[in-house]
Design a protein. Structure first.
Length: 522
């Protein structure tokens, strides 16, 4: 009986998904980034910050989650003409709702707000998004949306080839003068707002010529055929009255959290000094915004659009001495593992930092990555895995004792050029999803980042090593095997693990079967 009910439920879901259709007959007004904003407060601040270097980009790296949240709030509060916001995820939690409140306040004071979101996992805020879109200064579009709303995942039963292609891009741009680019989505775990587990992430505030490049990227996506305005959905019946309800709810939510521990942390954010133009680590250099053509979201053949791989290829092909790859989801398929080993063979020092099994939030990806460990180590690639017990350095009242999971996407080329963005090194990011980021030429920033890695990575990560076993020959017929060992530094002592630390028998069995899943699905 239970089996029959399950089959019936799947059948009904399939029918519902088949009945749903994407909006077709709707009018959409193209728009572009607002120019001529040098006279705004942010424009004047940018000019003052870049005195003598107006042709270059000024970049402030943000490692701390509270600083990252504060920076977005500050830009939303400072905007006078426009806010262009593009994200993969926007959660209905503390930071997600507070940021919506600040965007609405900006729209209320006359700022044009354009919000472009992927549609994979934001349905909890559908009502709020529909209501906000009725505001004359607030427009929301969904990239490659699901036809079914509510429990929309039934669409995967009938339209999986289209729906697996997601927009993973992330940017927050104010007055076409300042932008924030990096790996963070909008949600508590990205801003150190959760007490149990947060992400190690990395993004940057940039001002200068690169901002106009980011705005051009936003316009390409905003005006693309896959970007559907939320007003086009038939079931969207939200009105001005609903907007007023949402305004009251967001105001009440903000009021109820104004004295929270996280709010107090945000008020003390160190990056406030940088945004006021005071002393704070900042770097100046040539910058280039790079991104996948939004046509990638149509599933076109690879040769019909320009991709992130095309933009990165010259930097990878012209390495002189060193490559550092920091990626939470690292699956070197499609010849990547062989290429990395080949770079080592020609004298390039290659290092990879990724998640360990207990720090990752996606076990399938870890299982796929684990297939390549021996090959990479045998080829001379240095592998490091983040320990699950790693702590945030900042001693805030909320997040200092939380566990950490790596979410940063950073590449360092020859200690000269740094990539900061949304691109993971896995099949989905490389071949299916759209991505974006900044290439920033700054030996000073690269040197500081390498100094930070040299100081902290051995105490916060496992260093992997390929060890011959048994260590001594017992006869001419001895068969040697090579095993991975995880080296851990604990209070100055070296501890060696001959199997993945903390992974028991049952977890190893799960990893084995997860490793059988095709890499295209990880």
């Amino acid at each position: 009986m239970r089996a029959f009910a399950t089959v019936a439920l799947i059948a009904v879901a399939s029918i519902l998904g088949a009945c749903a259709q994407l909006p077709k007959d709707y009018h959409v007004e193209p728009s572009t980034a607002i120019s001529g904003t040098k006279d705004t407060g942010l424009g004047l601040r940018s000019l003052a910050a870049r005195q003598g270097n107006l042709e270059q980009t000024r970049l402030i790296p943000i490692l701390d989650g509270v600083d990252a949240f504060y920076a977005r709030v500050a830009l939303a509060n400072s905007a006078e003409r426009s806010l262009d916001v593009q994200y993969f995820l926007w959660h209905k939690d503390l930071t997600g709702q507070i940021l919506l409140k600040f965007l609405l306040e900006a729209a209320d004071r006359g700022v044009r707000v354009r919000m472009l979101l992927d549609d994979l996992d934001n349905q909890a805020l559908d009502r709020e998004f529909y209501a906000l879109d009725t505001h004359p200064n607030f427009s929301i579009r969904l990239f490659n949306p699901f036809a079914t709303r509510g429990f929309k995942y039934v669409d995967f039963l009938n339209d999986s080839r289209r729906l697996k292609r997601r927009m993973h891009n992330k940017s927050f741009t104010a007055d076409n003068q300042y932008t924030i680019i990096g790996g963070r989505n909008i949600g508590d775990e990205y801003f150190d707002a959760k007490e149990d587990s947060n992400f190690y992430d990395f993004d940057a505030v940039a001002t200068g010529p690169v901002v106009q490049q980011v705005s051009a990227e936003f316009d390409r996506y905003w005006n693309h055929e896959l970007a559907v305005p939320v007003y086009a959905f038939d079931h969207n019946t939200e009105s001005a009255e609903d907007l007023e309800d949402v305004r009251k709810e967001l105001a009440a939510f903000r009021q109820s959290h104004k004295d929270s521990r996280y709010a107090n942390d945000a008020r003390d954010a160190e990056i406030a000094d940088a945004l006021r133009g005071e002393m704070f680590p900042a770097f100046t250099g040539e910058a280039q915004a790079i991104f996948d053509d939004p046509d990638k979201g149509l599933g076109l053949p690879r040769e019909q659009y320009v991709s992130m791989q095309d933009h990165l290829r010259p930097h990878l092909e012209n390495l002189e001495r060193e490559l550092i790859l920091i990626s939470p989801y690292f699956v070197p398929t499609g010849g990547m593992a062989e290429w990395l080993v080949g770079e080592v063979e020609r004298g390039i020092d290659v290092g990879v930092i990724t998640n360990s099994y207990h720090s990752t939030d996606t076990a399938l990806v870890h299982a796929a990555y684990s297939r390549y460990r021996k090959q990479l180590l045998a080829g001379g690639v240095n592998l490091y895995e983040l320990k699950p017990s790693s702590r945030k350095d900042r001693q805030s009242s909320v997040a200092f004792d939380s566990e950490a999971s790596l979410h940063s996407k950073v590449f360092i080329f020859d200690r000269k050029t740094v990539f900061i963005g949304s691109l993971n090194l896995d099949p989905f990011s490389l071949n299916i999803n759209t991505e974006m980021g900044i290439l920033f030429h700054s030996p000073e920033l690269a040197a500081q980042m390498m100094k930070g890695l040299d100081k902290s990575r051995l105490q916060n990560v496992y260093e992997l090593e390929l060890v011959k076993s048994p260590p001594e020959s017992k006869g001419e017929f001895t068969v040697y095997t090579w095993n991975v060992e995880w080296i851990e530094r604990v209070d100055g002592e070296v501890v060696r693990h001959n199997s993945e630390p903390g992974v028991g028998v049952w977890e190893r069995i799960k990893l084995f079967f997860q490793g059988l899943v095709p890499e295209s699905l990880t």
